[in-house]
Design a protein around this ligand. Structure first.
Ligand code: PSU
Ligand code: MN
Length: 308
């Protein structure tokens, strides 16, 4: 038994699925506590789980509570996460202290990957990842999500990254760290609210089974680190790129003026963008998460067929 296993609190259904190589999909909780307003966040969290079930996989939403790493949350847990004011946004740095101090912690992409790997879950669905921030030359603000993708063997399904980030530099960072970025039915990196950016991807796949096969081969080669799958927002839900870029630029300027720093930067920008678009960005955000849940569950299902 690994020493960390005593901290894992895995729901029975998920335990059973893992023991039988059935598809399981992890979900993060910072998107609930710091990424979206109440009550949309709770509605999103439940609907995402339902979509994953409809695709034949088992959802595993992850958070830290009562000194345990919870893999699978009850409705009460979700409400607590969504409503409690002082939920800690937990990245790798904060991980041990939040468990030791028995605080309520919401997991980011980085820490959800850590938890998923500890529990033996190979696939993780979210909206967008953190990356190299605009103005990083001054602030050195680079999300710990990128280092986690470099070292933790979990596949993350996202809709690319928001233009709050410096996308070309985020891609350079991932290349340096050896993280494969696979476009799902796209040859360019999707930019969260929009289906396209001008960044061409080296890797793309038209079928989920091809993605499952790349992950499987990487596992067989015993290569460390994650895989990033970039799945564009559905056309009908996408927003106008110029309109969004203006709003994002203003939000970034405001964050500099208000001297927002460290882990508060991303939540500050996400909140400002929802306010400025009068909720339009939130609708797009919900739609792309649902789309990622569907594709992520399909990839996990295709993978489980390969290992049988
Ligand atoms: N991007 C989004 N929505 C989010 C996040 C990022 O579009 O909710 C959250 C994720 O939890 C991600 C975290 O892991 O923000 C990154 O924070 P930071 O930039 O402080 O590393
Ligand atoms: Mn940061």
């Amino acid at each position: 038994m690994k020493t960390y296993e005593k901290f894992l609190d895995i729901q029975d259904e998920i335990k059973h699925a893992l023991a039988n190589n059935l598809p399981v999909v992890a979900l993060e909780s910072t998107i609930i506590s710091h990424g979206m307003p109440y009550p949309d966040n709770v509605i999103m969290a439940k609907k995402v789980e339902q979509i994953i079930r409809e695709e034949g996989a088992v959802p595993a939403t992850i958070a830290i509570m009562n000194g345990k790493i919870k893999i699978g949350l009850s409705d009460d847990d979700l409400e607590t996460l969504a409503k409690t004011k002082d939920v800690v946004k937990v990245s790798r740095r904060d991980f041990a202290s939040v468990i030791a101090m028995k605080e309520i912690g919401a997991t980011t992409v980085a820490s959800t990957m850590m938890c998923a790997e500890m529990a033996g879950i190979k696939f993780f669905v979210t909206g967008g990842i953190g990356g190299v921030h605009k103005g990083y030359e001054q602030t050195m603000d680079i999300s710990a999500d990128l280092e986690e993708l470099a070292q933790t063997n979990v596949t993350v399904i996202c809709a690319g990254a928001k233009a709050i980030l410096d996308l070309p530099r985020t891609m350079e960072y991932l290349e340096t760290k050896g993280v494969p970025v696979i476009g799902y039915q796209t040859e360019v990196l999707p930019a969260f609210y929009t289906r396209q950016s001008d960044i061409k991807l080296r890797l793309h796949a038209n079928h989920v089974k091809d993605i499952a096969n790349i992950v499987y081969t990487k596992d067989q080669l015993a290569l460390k680190g994650g895989v990033l799958v970039a799945n564009p927002i559905p056309e009908k839900d996408s927003l106008d790129g110029n309109y969004m870029n203006d709003i994002i630029d203003r939000a970034v300027k405001q964050s500099v003026l208000e001297k927002i720093e460290g882990k508060d930067v991303t939540p500050f920008l996400l909140k400002k963008i929802v306010e400025e678009t009068k909720g339009k960005s939130l609708q797009a955000n919900l739609a792309l998460v649902y789309n990622n849940a569907k594709v992520g569950a399909q990839i996990a299902t295709a993978y489980s067929k390969l290992i049988k």
